[in-house]
Ligand binder design. Structure first.
Ligand code: SIN
Ligand code: CO
Length: 401
């Protein structure tokens, strides 16, 4: 990332402190922050042409949505797109949306470091949209918090927290049938609108404009249970089976062999209650903590890091670093760490490794380059062991990879 593109100190909350934001707005109510990055439109990391370049790549997750709320004529197409696709749409009423842009342009990941007032493992991706005048994706709600950052042009955002949840009948797009706003704002380059989940919102481009959205992730209970079940099967943590050695006791035997009586349900409940040993204190639930860290590193990831083509030994990796090669986090890898009581475990998508705390904290930051020197970390055998394991699994890359 060029120097001019580094987020300013105040980004993304401007004059507001993280304390005030978290206390008064986070997951509670929308918050409009003006001029959190003045002058951003003159040093955009990704402009409309570069966004179209990414959308032309078949590995990118891109959509073109056209239509207006008045006409209810929404249409969705999925990428890759070429210039003819845009020509067909004309001058107005369409939006190009590209998910996971920071995976395609990793320097953009440095922006995410500015969100250090939130757990980094809650961050999902950076979605960039380019809208022609009148472009909109229609009124809708999202299940996740989102930071909508205006980077060029103007967009009018309408919001409503009391809305009729009825959706238009459309196979591919979830647009509210009705919408009347409680509030609206015109966002200019450098402004940011934070929306918690389930606030109906509707942005319409007043002129051709670009918006960058930082989305959060929050797994649903059903998703947690589904993954947990797979994890138990995979890890062979079958944790016992339904058993009823007390059947000889007539009082527990159902009056009819076809009945599932309350004693049977009690045994099922008992079995499920032993899923996570320990009481309810998180530090006494290592199985739950271990599973969750592995789960969250893979949750909502649209790509998986491939192992290194050629594995390196610790000595080889050290040699490359000593020669000045720079290490980067794989943009498709997610990291987090947890204190296991006597040590620290670092998790990366699909793997975990014991790790020294300073290194675990550095790796788990959402930035692009892994600058050991700037973090004051020297290459000890233990550091070498962790970096080599991560490199060989594809979670760290050299510039040449
Ligand atoms: C957009 O950028 O056009 C839509 C973003 C959103 O509504 O979440
Ligand atoms: Co939205």
């Amino acid at each position: 990332m060029q120097d001019g593109l580094q987020p300013p100190e105040c980004f993304p909350l401007g004059e507001m402190t993280a304390e005030v934001f978290l206390r008064d707005y986070w997951q509670k109510k929308p918050c409009l922050l003006r001029a959190v990055w003045p002058g951003i439109e003159t040093c955009l990391p990704i402009d409309a042409d570069e966004l179209a370049g990414i959308a032309a790549d078949e590995t990118a997750d891109s959509r073109l949505i056209s239509g207006t709320f008045d006409k209810r004529n929404w249409h969705v197409d999925y990428g890759p797109f070429d210039s003819q696709d845009y020509d067909k749409l004309g001058e107005s009423d369409w939006t190009l949306l590209v998910q996971d842009v920071e995976k395609h342009y990793p320097p953009l990941k440095n922006w995410l470091s500015s969100f250090s007032f939130l757990p980094s493992w809650r961050l999902d991706d950076i979605m960039i949209s380019f809208a022609a005048a009148g472009g909109s994706v229609g009124p809708h709600t999202d299940q996740y918090d989102v930071f909508l950052f205006q980077t060029s042009g103007k967009r009018r955002w309408y919001i409503s927290d009391s809305y009729n949840p009825k959706l238009l009948e459309h196979e591919e797009i979830k647009v509210l049938q009705e919408f009347s706003e409680d509030q609206s704002w015109d966002l200019e380059p450098g402004d940011l609108l934070y929306l918690p989940p389930n606030i109906a919102h509707f942005g319409v481009a007043l002129e051709p404009c670009l918006s960058y959205s930082v989305g959060l992730r929050a797994p649903a209970r059903a998703e947690l249970f589904a993954d947990l079940a797979e994890w138990f099967a995979r890890e062979d943590h079958q944790g016992g089976r339904y058993s009823d050695p007390d059947l000889g006791n007539q009082s527990t035997f159902a009056a009819d062999p076809g009945e599932v009586n309350s004693e049977a349900i009690g045994r099922v409940q008992q079995l499920l209650n032993t899923t996570f040993p320990g009481n309810n204190a998180p530090e006494e639930n290592p199985v739950l903590a271990d599973w969750f860290c592995q789960f969250i590193c893979a949750y909502r990831l649209n790509g998986t890091p491939a192992p290194a083509e050629t594995s390196l030994s610790e000595i080889e990796l050290h040699g490359l670093l000593a020669d000045g090669s720079r290490l980067y986090r794989n943009p498709w890898s997610r990291f987090c760490w947890r204190n296991t009581g006597n040590s620290v475990c670092l998790y990366a998508t699909g793997m975990k490794v014991d790790c020294e705390p300073t290194l675990a904290k550095l790796i788990s930051k959402p930035g692009d380059e892994l600058d050991l020197q700037a973090a004051g970390i020297t290459f000890t055998p233990d550091v070498g062991r962790v970096l080599t394991a991560l490199y060989n699994h594809g979670h760290l890359l050299f510039e040449s990879d």
